[in-house]
Design a protein. Sequence first.
Length: 95
Amino acid sequence: MQRAIVGFHQDDEGDWVAELACGHRQHVRHRPPFFPQPWVLEPEGREERIGTPLECRLCDQGGEAACFAHLVCPECGVVLEGSPHRPGCPSASRG
């Protein structure tokens, strides 16, 4: 099931973990040739991925977690807790 990325953090070993709107977390690693994700290495690359969908395997399996979907703009993917909408987001003009 596709879930929006709402943030990132590093685990105890320094690997990046995507925080998903469903409340689940998923590692995102740059490990070529099988997992080529160079965007995860730079802050700008991670920031650009906020709001983009990522397959949540735990939701596919029926796993439950605290759902953060109500905190995410469905149109631009930004976390609404005090953050502005992304430029051009139709929801920004609706307030």
